[in-house]
Design a protein around this ligand. Structure first.
Ligand SMILES: [Zn+2]
Length: 188
Protein backbone atom coordinates (compact mmCIF):
# COMPACT_ATOMS: atom_id res chain seq x y z
CA UNK A 1 0.00 0.00 0.00
CA UNK A 2 1.23 3.46 -0.89
CA UNK A 3 0.53 7.00 0.32
CA UNK A 4 -1.86 8.66 -2.12
CA UNK A 5 0.07 11.89 -1.92
CA UNK A 6 3.80 11.14 -1.79
CA UNK A 7 3.87 7.50 -2.80
CA UNK A 8 5.68 6.31 0.31
CA UNK A 9 5.10 2.68 1.22
CA UNK A 10 2.66 2.47 4.14
CA UNK A 11 3.26 0.04 6.97
CA UNK A 12 -0.30 0.33 8.21
CA UNK A 13 -3.58 0.32 6.35
CA UNK A 14 -4.68 3.80 5.17
CA UNK A 15 -4.61 6.43 2.44
CA UNK A 16 -1.74 8.65 3.63
CA UNK A 17 1.55 8.43 5.46
CA UNK A 18 1.61 10.27 8.85
CA UNK A 19 3.34 13.34 7.36
CA UNK A 20 0.87 13.72 4.48
CA UNK A 21 -2.08 12.94 6.74
CA UNK A 22 -1.10 15.91 8.92
CA UNK A 23 -0.88 18.11 5.80
CA UNK A 24 -4.30 16.94 4.60
CA UNK A 25 -5.85 17.79 7.98
CA UNK A 26 -4.24 21.25 7.91
CA UNK A 27 -5.56 21.89 4.40
CA UNK A 28 -9.06 20.87 5.50
CA UNK A 29 -8.81 23.35 8.38
CA UNK A 30 -7.74 26.11 5.97
CA UNK A 31 -10.68 25.40 3.66
CA UNK A 32 -13.11 25.87 6.53
CA UNK A 33 -11.62 29.26 7.32
CA UNK A 34 -13.94 31.58 5.36
CA UNK A 35 -14.77 34.53 7.61
CA UNK A 36 -12.80 37.57 6.46
CA UNK A 37 -11.16 39.64 9.20
CA UNK A 38 -9.60 42.31 7.02
CA UNK A 39 -9.62 43.18 3.32
CA UNK A 40 -6.87 45.24 1.71
CA UNK A 41 -7.55 46.69 -1.73
CA UNK A 42 -5.42 48.07 -4.48
CA UNK A 43 -5.92 51.81 -4.91
CA UNK A 44 -6.61 53.77 -8.08
CA UNK A 45 -5.24 57.29 -7.74
CA UNK A 46 -5.38 59.16 -11.08
CA UNK A 47 -2.81 61.85 -10.22
CA UNK A 48 -0.33 59.25 -9.00
CA UNK A 49 -0.75 57.02 -12.05
CA UNK A 50 -0.36 59.94 -14.45
CA UNK A 51 2.91 60.90 -12.76
CA UNK A 52 4.05 57.27 -12.93
CA UNK A 53 3.90 57.61 -16.72
CA UNK A 54 5.85 60.85 -16.97
CA UNK A 55 8.08 59.12 -19.56
CA UNK A 56 5.15 58.75 -21.98
CA UNK A 57 4.13 62.37 -21.38
CA UNK A 58 7.63 63.77 -21.94
CA UNK A 59 8.26 61.68 -25.06
CA UNK A 60 4.87 62.68 -26.51
CA UNK A 61 5.41 66.39 -25.89
CA UNK A 62 8.93 66.29 -27.37
CA UNK A 63 7.74 64.36 -30.41
CA UNK A 64 4.81 66.70 -31.03
CA UNK A 65 7.00 69.80 -30.63
CA UNK A 66 9.74 68.51 -32.92
CA UNK A 67 7.19 67.47 -35.58
CA UNK A 68 5.52 70.87 -35.52
CA UNK A 69 8.89 72.68 -35.58
CA UNK A 70 9.85 70.61 -38.63
CA UNK A 71 6.57 71.56 -40.29
CA UNK A 72 5.00 68.09 -40.08
CA UNK A 73 1.78 69.27 -38.46
CA UNK A 74 -0.25 66.17 -39.28
CA UNK A 75 2.39 63.75 -37.90
CA UNK A 76 2.64 65.98 -34.83
CA UNK A 77 -1.10 65.78 -34.15
CA UNK A 78 -1.04 62.04 -34.77
CA UNK A 79 1.84 61.57 -32.31
CA UNK A 80 -0.10 63.56 -29.73
CA UNK A 81 -3.14 61.36 -30.18
CA UNK A 82 -1.07 58.16 -29.93
CA UNK A 83 0.69 59.36 -26.75
CA UNK A 84 -2.61 60.37 -25.18
CA UNK A 85 -4.15 57.01 -26.12
CA UNK A 86 -1.24 55.13 -24.47
CA UNK A 87 -1.73 57.16 -21.30
CA UNK A 88 -5.49 56.53 -21.28
CA UNK A 89 -4.95 52.79 -21.80
CA UNK A 90 -2.48 52.72 -18.90
CA UNK A 91 -4.95 54.56 -16.66
CA UNK A 92 -7.79 52.23 -17.65
CA UNK A 93 -5.57 49.23 -16.88
CA UNK A 94 -4.67 50.60 -13.44
CA UNK A 95 -8.34 51.28 -12.71
CA UNK A 96 -9.25 47.75 -13.73
CA UNK A 97 -6.50 46.26 -11.52
CA UNK A 98 -7.69 48.34 -8.56
CA UNK A 99 -11.21 46.97 -9.01
CA UNK A 100 -10.13 43.35 -9.48
CA UNK A 101 -7.28 42.79 -7.03
CA UNK A 102 -7.50 42.44 -3.27
CA UNK A 103 -5.95 40.59 -0.36
CA UNK A 104 -8.21 39.08 2.32
CA UNK A 105 -6.98 38.07 5.77
CA UNK A 106 -8.88 35.23 7.45
CA UNK A 107 -8.37 33.49 10.82
CA UNK A 108 -5.61 31.20 9.58
CA UNK A 109 -4.73 32.26 6.06
CA UNK A 110 -4.28 35.21 3.74
CA UNK A 111 -5.55 35.03 0.16
CA UNK A 112 -4.86 37.25 -2.83
CA UNK A 113 -7.70 37.37 -5.33
CA UNK A 114 -6.87 38.60 -8.78
CA UNK A 115 -9.93 38.61 -11.04
CA UNK A 116 -8.20 40.12 -14.05
CA UNK A 117 -9.74 38.82 -17.32
CA UNK A 118 -7.79 35.84 -18.75
CA UNK A 119 -5.07 36.11 -16.07
CA UNK A 120 -7.19 35.61 -12.97
CA UNK A 121 -5.60 33.78 -10.05
CA UNK A 122 -5.97 33.01 -6.37
CA UNK A 123 -2.93 32.73 -4.11
CA UNK A 124 -3.23 31.40 -0.58
CA UNK A 125 -0.69 31.43 2.27
CA UNK A 126 -1.29 29.89 5.70
CA UNK A 127 -0.18 32.07 8.62
CA UNK A 128 2.06 29.30 9.90
CA UNK A 129 4.12 29.65 6.71
CA UNK A 130 4.54 33.43 6.92
CA UNK A 131 7.99 34.83 7.63
CA UNK A 132 7.23 38.53 7.45
CA UNK A 133 4.80 41.17 6.19
CA UNK A 134 6.10 44.53 5.03
CA UNK A 135 4.98 47.74 3.41
CA UNK A 136 7.37 48.63 0.68
CA UNK A 137 7.72 52.02 -1.00
CA UNK A 138 10.08 51.76 -3.93
CA UNK A 139 10.17 55.30 -5.26
CA UNK A 140 9.87 58.84 -3.94
CA UNK A 141 6.82 59.16 -6.16
CA UNK A 142 5.18 56.37 -4.20
CA UNK A 143 6.21 58.00 -0.93
CA UNK A 144 4.80 61.37 -1.96
CA UNK A 145 1.49 59.82 -3.00
CA UNK A 146 1.40 57.69 0.19
CA UNK A 147 1.26 54.56 -1.95
CA UNK A 148 3.25 51.36 -1.69
CA UNK A 149 3.19 47.58 -1.90
CA UNK A 150 2.14 45.12 0.79
CA UNK A 151 4.42 42.09 0.63
CA UNK A 152 3.88 38.80 2.48
CA UNK A 153 7.06 36.67 2.67
CA UNK A 154 6.93 32.93 3.26
CA UNK A 155 9.44 30.92 5.28
CA UNK A 156 10.73 28.62 2.57
CA UNK A 157 13.67 30.02 0.67
CA UNK A 158 14.27 29.94 -3.05
CA UNK A 159 11.71 31.54 -5.32
CA UNK A 160 9.28 34.18 -4.02
CA UNK A 161 6.29 32.12 -2.94
CA UNK A 162 4.56 34.92 -1.06
CA UNK A 163 1.90 37.49 -1.88
CA UNK A 164 2.37 41.01 -3.23
CA UNK A 165 -0.34 43.62 -3.59
CA UNK A 166 0.75 46.76 -5.44
CA UNK A 167 -0.44 50.33 -4.96
CA UNK A 168 -1.91 50.17 -1.49
CA UNK A 169 -2.68 53.53 0.11
CA UNK A 170 -1.71 54.35 3.73
CA UNK A 171 0.30 51.13 4.03
CA UNK A 172 1.75 51.93 7.45
CA UNK A 173 -1.78 52.13 8.84
CA UNK A 174 -2.75 48.98 6.95
CA UNK A 175 0.15 47.10 8.57
CA UNK A 176 -0.99 48.41 11.98
CA UNK A 177 -4.52 47.17 11.26
CA UNK A 178 -3.17 43.75 10.27
CA UNK A 179 -1.26 43.54 13.56
CA UNK A 180 -4.38 44.51 15.52
CA UNK A 181 -7.03 42.43 13.76
CA UNK A 182 -5.24 39.41 12.33
CA UNK A 183 -3.76 36.61 14.45
CA UNK A 184 -0.46 36.32 12.58
CA UNK A 185 2.49 35.67 14.84
CA UNK A 186 5.74 36.07 13.02
CA UNK A 187 8.34 33.92 14.76
CA UNK A 188 11.76 35.44 15.25
ZN1 LIG B 1 2.84 10.71 2.12
Amino acid sequence: MECRRCGAVLRKEGDFCPKCYKEVLEEEELKKDVVPLLTVKRKYKPGFHVRQRWDVIVITILTVLSCITAGHIFVGILSGIVGFAILLAYMAFQKMLAAKEKVVFYEKKVVKYSKVPFFGSTKEVAYKDIKDITYYQQTWRQKRANMGDIVVYVKYTGYFGGIKLDNVENGTEVIQEIIEKVPIRVEE
